[in-house]
Design a protein around this ligand. Structure first.
Ligand SMILES: Cc1ncc(COP(=O)(O)O)c(C=O)c1O
Length: 385
C-alpha cells in the first residue's frame, strides 16, 4: 500500500488518520542506544509533562512504555498497587471492564463499581464506597469511556479520592491532549494515555504520568518484569534509554506529532477542531434521523455511538462495506445490550472530512434502499447498571 494521502480516512478511536508529515517522520532508522535518539526520548518525556501542565520540578515523572494503551494501563495497575492493596474500579464500558479483567489476572484485590453505559460515575457513590471500605488503597477510572464516548467526571472523583487519602489512577487514553485535564486539582496520581490517540501519533507505545513521591515508594511491587513501571523509569534515569527495544519509528513519529499538536494550539486548538468535527457529524447524522446513544450533556467530542436504525433495509455489514468502498472507515459498536456503530472525530480529520463522510453515508443508505430520514423517535432502552 503506498504511504500517501490517499489512504482511507479513519473515523475510529485509534489508530487514527495521521498527517503525512507524521508518517514521513518514520522514514528513518534510529539507533536505540544512540545519543540523538535518546535526546528525542528525553524531549518526549519532558513535553508530555508540559502538555499536562506540569514538570519534574512540580513533582511528576513521565514513563514511556512499549506496547499499546492496554500495556500502559496494565503496567500502572500491576506496579503501583502494593501486595496487600485493593483497587476500586469505576466501570461504565469495555475499558473499565478491561481494568477489572487486569486486576483479576494480576490477582489484585478489587471492587468494581458499575454504572450503566449511558451513566457517568457519580462521585458521591465513590465517596460512600471509600468511607465503607477502608481496605481500598487506589481508585481507577476511565476519563472518556471510548465504548460510547461518555465522559466521566474525573475531577470530583479525584477530589473525594484525595480527601479519603487514596491514590487515583486515570485511564485518559482517548482524551489526553484534546480535553483539559488538571492533574493537581483532579488529585491524579497516575495518568495513562498512548501515542495513537489525540496527539495523533502512530501505535507502538503508551505513557504514564506519575506523581513522584508515591511512585518512588512502589519499589518491589511490580507483578511483571517488562511492565515494571518503576523499573522502566529507573532505566530511563540511569541510561536515558528504554530497558528493552523501543518502537523507534513510532517515537520519531510522535516527536513530529507533538510539534503539530503545539502548532495547532495545544489542548485548546486540538479540542476545538474535534468539537467542530463532532458538531458537523451530529448535525448531519441527526438530520438523517440517526439517534445518538448518549444524551448530549455526557457526550464527548471524541467518538459517538449511534443506534442501528429500525429500517429493515439497514444492515451494518453492508453499510460498513459501502463506506469503505468510498474510502471511509467507521467503527462497529462495542455495547453489550444494544446494536450501535461508532464514528470517531479525532485524528487528522477536519469538518470537511466529516461532510464528505456524511455525503457517503447518505449515498450508501440510498443505495441500500433505506427510507430517509429514519424515524428518529427515541426508543427506550434499558441497560442494567
Ligand atoms: C479508554 C481506553 N482505554 C484503554 C484502551 C486500550 O488501548 P489499546 O487498544 O491501545 O490497547 C483504549 C483503546 O481505545 C481506550 O479508548
Amino acid at each position: 500500500m503506498p504511504p500517501s494521502a490517499h489512504d482511507k480516512l479513519l473515523f475510529t478511536p485509534g489508530p487514527l488518520t495521521t498527517s503525512l508529515s507524521v508518517k514521513q517522520a518514520m522514514l528513518h532508522d534510529a539507533g536505540s542506544w544512540h545519543f540523538e535518539f535518546n535526546h528525542i526520548v528525553a524531549e518526549i518525556r519532558r513535553r508530555l509533562l508540559a502538555l499536562a501542565g506540569t514538570s519534574r520540578d512540580q513533582g511528576f515523572e513521565c514513563v514511556l512504555m512499549q506496547g499499546s494503551g492496554s500495556f500502559g494501563v496494565e503496567s500502572v495497575l500491576g506496579s503501583v498497587i502494593p501486595p496487600n492493596g485493593r483497587v476500586l474500579i469505576l466501570a461504565n464500558g469495555a475499558y473499565g471492564e478491561r481494568i477489572v479483567r487486569m486486576a483479576e489476572v494480576l490477582k489484585i484485590s478489587h471492587l468494581a463499581y458499575r454504572t450503566a453505559e449511558d451513566t457517568p460515575t457519580n462521585p458521591s457513590a465513590v465517596e460512600r464506597i471509600l468511607a465503607q471500605d477502608p481496605a481500598v488503597t487506589h481508585v481507577a477510572a476511565v476519563h472518556c469511556e471510548t465504548t460510547t464516548g461518555i465522559l466521566n467526571p474525573i475531577q470530583p472523583i479525584g477530589q473525594v479520592t484525595r480527601q479519603h487519602q487514596r491514590r487515583f489512577i486515570v485511564d485518559a487514553m482517548s482524551s489526553f491532549g484534546a480535553l483539559p485535564i488538571e492533574l493537581e486539582s483532579s488529585g491524579i496520581d497516575y495518568l495513562v494515555s498512548s501515542a495513537n490517540k489525540c496527539i495523533e501519533g502512530v501505535p507502538g507505545f503508551s505513557f504514564a504520568l506519575a506523581r513522584r513521591d508515591p511512585f518512588l515508594a512502589t519499589a518491589g511491587w511490580a507483578r511483571s518484569l517488562s511492565l515494571d513501571l518503576l523499573g522502566q523509569w529507573q532505566g530511563f534515569e540511569k541510561t536515558g534509554q528504554f530497558r528493552y527495544t523501543p518502537p523507534t519509528h513510532a517515537l520519531l513519529a510522535f516527536h513530529q506529532a507533538l510539534d503539530e499538536w503545539e502548532a495547532e494550539g495545544g489542548v485548546t486548538g486540538r479540542g476545538a477542531r474535534y468539537q467542530q468535527n463532532h458538531a458537523t457529524l451530529m448535525h448531519g447524522m441527526c438530520s438523517l434521523g440517526f439517534q445518538p446513544f448518549l444524551p448530549a450533556h455526557v457526550q464527548s467530542p471524541i467518538i459517538t455511538a449511534f443506534r442501528h436504525p429500525a429500517d429493515p433495509a439497514f444492515r451494518f455489514d453492508e453499510f460498513y462495506r459501502r463506506l469503505s468502498d468510498r474510502g471511509m472507515i467507521i467503527y462497529p459498536g462495542k455495547l453489550t445490550q444494544i446494536d450501535t456503530f461508532r464514528i470517531g472525530t479525532i485524528g487528522r480529520l477536519f469538518p470537511a472530512d466529516l461532510e464528505q463522510l456524511l455525503a457517503a453515508i447518505r449515498l450508501s443508505l440510498n443505495e441500500m434502499g433505506c427510507a430517509l430520514p429514519f424515524n428518529s423517535t427515541p426508543q427506550p432502552h434499558a441497560i442494567p447498571g
